[in-house]
Design a binder for this molecule. Structure first.
Ligand code: ADP
Ligand code: MG
Length: 386
């Protein structure tokens, strides 16, 4: 799960990570009030779940509360396009009004789980403020890494090593070590999968603060953090994906016209491959899970057909744990209840497959039966392009 910058800063500050003074505003008038309190110089920052806001025009410096009001008026309600939003952009509903600080250096700190070493890794770079992907590609020697042993944790010596490599001195060095320790604690204790501070600011006065903050969380751990789970902003997510997650369905919206409903992630991927191999494009990835209850089939159908791009659907179920006749009953019932009017190709295989096919045939509905994946894909692709 992703959260907004202001929410990440709120979590971080509870762990003792220093952040600039700031407050969120929903209206230009409120932005002015905040600037009167913490300004007069403030930065007005669009709150969307994407980076690159500065370049896209979503981060603006205001010299006075009046200007803060004016800029907030421009940013609130705008559709902000950055390299992370895609061309359709994101609607801005909130701005963070933050005290403007004097920048001496902009550094980079990121913590992620490294799959190769199966451990968290903390990365630091003197090249903050810009796209870290670019730094990693062009000057990888400017990124320093410390791997963290899950049992012993992040050692102060590791924080000192990183602060040293960032060429911090004196009080800034001490502040950076404390910063890194607090940031790691926040990452670990909140079951984050990512904590990224870009830029980590060193002010002209030598203070070290998080000027930007991005945190992602492990969805499976959210039940341990109700306060974080509450920060979820459904407006920032694809509406169908958000709906699917309510039913524990693994659904990802794609660009094609063939809706897919499959049990098992591996089979779902193979199904997408064979659709493309037959000249079609899948409209989604949808894994209904191993059990495939009638309820799951119905919910999956609902989500599938509420996507306007879906012109035909391919149901590909392997009856291993679940019996094909049960699945067939579920499909018929759901299709009747939802009054589906798109062509549906069904490929069933496994336990009680014959009974399953019989049920589909006897339903009086126009299902297209297929006995192999290849046949199913070859049937559905022309139906979806009509
Ligand atoms: P994004 O990464 O989405 O572009 P940031 O929060 O990193 O957004 O802001 C972009 C840039 O704006 C920063 O690199 C920094 O130079 C400047 N900036 C952001 N917040 C402040 C602030 N409070 N004071 C001064 N400059 C800021
Ligand atoms: Mg940033």
């Amino acid at each position: 799960m992703k959260i907004h910058e202001f929410q990440a800063k709120h979590i971080l500050s509870k762990f003792g990570v220093p952040i600039p003074r700031s407050e969120v505003a929903e209206t230009p008038a409120r932005a002015r009030e905040i600037a009167e309190e913490i300004g007069p110089r403030v930065v007005v920052k669009a709150q969307i779940h994407a980076g690159g806001r500065g370049k896209g025009g979503g981060v603006k410096l205001a010299g006075s509360p009046e200007e803060a009001e004016k800029l907030a008026g421009e940013i609130l309600g705008m559709t902000l396009v950055t390299h992370q939003t895609g061309p359709e952009g994101k609607l801005v509903k909130l701005v963070l009004v933050e005290e403007a600080l004097d920048i001496d250096r902009e550094l980079y700190i990121g913590i992620v789980i490294d799959r190769a070493t199966e451990a968290p890794v903390i990365m630091a770079s003197s090249q903050g403020g810009m796209e870290i992907e670019k730094v990693a590609a062009e000057t990888p020697e400017l990124i320093f890494k410390e791997f963290i042993h899950p049992a012993t944790g992040f050692g102060a010596y590791q924080a000192r090593k990183l602060a040293f490599k960032l060429e911090l001195k004196g009080d800034s060095f001490k502040q950076a070590v404390k910063f890194l320790m607090a940031l790691y604690k926040a990452f670990e204790d909140s079951d984050a999968s990512l904590a990224e501070i870009n830029p980590l600011l060193v002010t002209k006065q030598g203070d070290v603060l998080a000027l930007d903050a991005k945190m992602n969380f492990d969805d499976n751990a959210l039940k341990r953090h109700p306060d974080i789970a509450e920060m979820r902003d459904l407006d920032e997510e694809d509406p169908l994906e958000a709906e699917a997650s309510k039913f524990d369905l693994n659904y990802i919206k794609l660009d094609g016209s063939v809706g897919c409903m499959v049990n098992g992630a591996g089979l779902a991927m193979a199904t997408m491959d064979i659709i493309m191999h037959s000249g079609g494009m899948p409209a989604n990835f949808l894994d209904v899970g191993g059990g495939v209850s009638e309820e799951a089939v119905k919910n999956a159908f609902k989500i599938l057909v509420s996507d306007q791009d879906v012109k035909a659907a391919l149901i590909n179920i392997f009856g291993g744990i679940v019996r094909c006749d049960l699945v067939a009953n579920g499909i018929v019932k759901a299709a009747k209840e939802l009054e589906l009017d798109i062509p549906i190709v069904v490929r069933l295989e496994g336990t009680n497959v014959e009974q399953g096919k019989q049920i589909l045939e006897n339903s009086g509905m126009a299902f297209h039966a297929a006995s192999s994946m290849k046949e199913a894909a070859e049937k559905v692709v022309p139906l979806a392009s009509q």
